[in-house]
Ligand binder design. Structure first.
Ligand code: GTP
Ligand code: MG
Length: 244
């Protein structure tokens, strides 16, 4: 079975797409925060069974609210094979922030460029091929309310599941030589704990630690020795000094 998660900013059409894919009828509404819990459904496509999980909307992978925590925990801890990032095509710039964060996860990402009807109606132009090239992942235009593009989206999910997990380093943000060197050092320390390696994407965890993320720090405290922790803390200080 392929496990695929639908993630995206609030009110972009995730649940509308979920309902179309699974035949279920979860609540949709034209305001943010409609979905507050994760919901799972299933479908079969190209003879493959796919479990799709609809998540609450989130702007980032730093948990600022309970809704964001639900989405982030699912992506980080459950590690679905395919992450479908639902993007509001009429609000590309804001939405792509989360997309960049998702590229840091070692996951197979598929971008659904939703509200394609509104993009057209407003005469906006988006070069889908170029966007796909820049992100290094498939980009599929969709209109959740009519179902346009959803067959292509299902094809892309099946294709993505068959691929080796994308390596975050290749496509993700590059933070510049100095910071990248420090990220690698933290990654080396993370690799000393099999439990951490098993549970989290290493680069992602390293970046979260350097951000001072509470959950990341807590997990690490439980899994590394005090001298390893001290080393990480000194790296965090070096990062803080570098970005001042
Ligand atoms: N025109 C148009 N409207 C859409 C499209 N997709 C979703 N909508 C509308 O956008 C609104 C939000 O849809 P939802 O599916 O509830 O969005 P969501 O991302 O699940 O929202 P949260 O759960 O609150 O994060 C609803 O009124 C949908 O009917 C689309 O492709 N085109
Ligand atoms: Mg929803």
């Amino acid at each position: 079975m392929i496990r695929a998660a639908l993630i995206g900013n609030p009110n972009v059409g995730k649940t509308e797409i979920f309902n179309r894919l699974t035949g279920l009828s979860q609540k949709v509404g034209n305001f943010p925060g409609v979905t507050v819990e994760k919901k799972a459904g299933r479908l079969v496509h190209q003879g493959r069974e796919i479990e799709v999980v609809d998540l609450p909307g989130t702007y980032s992978l730093t948990a600022h609210s309970v809704d964001e925590l639900v989405a982030r925990d699912y992506i980080v801890l459950e590690r679905p094979e395919v992450i479908v990032d639902i993007v509001d095509g009429t609000n590309l710039e804001r939405n792509l922030y989360l997309t960049l964060l998702l590229l840091e996860m070692d996951a197979n990402l598929v971008v659904a460029l939703n509200r394609w009807d509104m993009v057209k109606a407003r005469g906006m132009e988006i070069d889908i091929e170029k966007l796909s090239e820049l992100l290094g992942c498939p980009v599929v235009p969709t209109v959740a309310i009519t179902g346009d593009g959803l067959e292509d989206l299902k094809d892309s999910i099946v294709d993505a599941a068959g691929q080796k997990r994308a390596k975050g380093q290749d496509a993700a943000l590059n933070y510049g030589c100095d910071i990248e060197r420090l990220i690698s050092k933290v990654e080396d320390l993370i690799r000393k704990s099999p439990a951490l390696v098993e549970k989290y994407p290493q680069r992602w965890l390293a970046i979260k630690m350097l951000e001072g993320d509470e959950m990341a720090m807590e997990q690490t405290r439980a899994c590394l020795s005090s001298s390893q922790l001290a080393e990480i803390l000194s790296i965090i200080e070096a990062v803080e000094a570098a970005i001042k």
